[in-house]
Design a binder for this molecule. Structure first.
Ligand code: VGL
Ligand code: ZN
Length: 249
């Protein structure tokens, strides 16, 4: 077994719509993570291991309170507070409850773009998420649906896993450590970090999963982040500071 360390940087959804002052779903204080992320982008890993994700929704995405599929809702849906039940399009018995949001990160709109000021030239690959209008997708790896997966399972070394494009890339690149930053800490960063631990186990790659705390802000602010952090740590995610990462990697 090789003991080589091969870290990947995973930048989640650092897009204009998640940022003040004009983002449709602006995360409080979101822009303050940019210097931390640019510092991480300048660390000496190969560009192919510097990945970013984008929330990439069609204008009719199910998570928008305004979507045509919710027009008959009574009372009308309120962004941030109303919930909906999402059904697996290929198995009506499988459902999950999710929140609705203002329309955000719509394909081909300015809010979909990676943040102004992010050092995008150093990002080697962008993975798109939330493209299927029928389901919500917080994790950058996969939706919460299991039965059967909406997309064909990915094949890695002849074995099929439902781990998404991102999972396949991390396997193929022989990554050992995944360093996660981005938006939002209480939604997509949390879901992606939990899936990173879970998929690392499913694929027996055992990825160590790190979150750099200065590189994350949450929709619900610091108090909600403190709760999310505890849950993440209880699943084995290591929440650390930028200096720890600079020393280690
Ligand atoms: C996100 C809400 C809706 C996120 C994406 O990136 O955390 N949150 N869509
Ligand atoms: Zn979204």
């Amino acid at each position: 077994m090789s003991t080589e360390v091969r870290p990947a940087l995973l930048i989640i959804d650092v897009q204009e719509d998640f940022l003040p002052p004009n983002g449709a779903l602006a995360v409080p204080d979101g822009r303050s993570i940019l210097p931390t992320i640019n510092t991480l982008l300048s660390l000496p890993f190969p560009p192919s291991l510097k990945l970013a994700t984008k929330d990439h929704h069609p204008p009719t995405h199910i998570s928008f309170h305004t979507s045509p599929c919710h027009h008959a809702a009574s009372p009308p849906l309120q962004p941030f507070t109303s919930t909906i039940t999402i059904t697996n399009p290929s198995n009506p018995a499988e459902t999950y409850i999710s929140q609705v949001w203002p329309p955000h990160c719509i394909v081909d709109t300015p809010g979909n773009a990676l943040a102004d000021g992010l050092d995008v030239d150093k990002i080697g690959r962008v993975v798109l998420k939330g493209r299927d209008e029928r389901v919500e997708m917080y994790s950058a790896f996969r939706t919460p649906l299991r039965d059967p997966p909406l997309e064909e399972p990915e094949t890695v070394d002849g074995e099929a896993f439902g781990i998404g494009e991102l999972g396949r890339v991390l396997c193929e690149e022989k990554v050992t450590d995944v360093i996660i930053v981005g938006l939002a800490g209480d939604y997509c960063v949390k879901a992606s970090a939990l899936d990173c631990v879970a998929i690392g186990k499913e694929t027996r790659r055992g990825w160590r999963t790190w979150i750099v705390e200065e590189g994350v802000r949450s929709v619900g602010g610091d108090k909600i982040w403190t709760e999310a952090r505890k849950e993440l740590e209880s699943h084995g995610v290591q929440v650390v500071g930028l200096q720890d990462v600079k020393k280690r990697f």
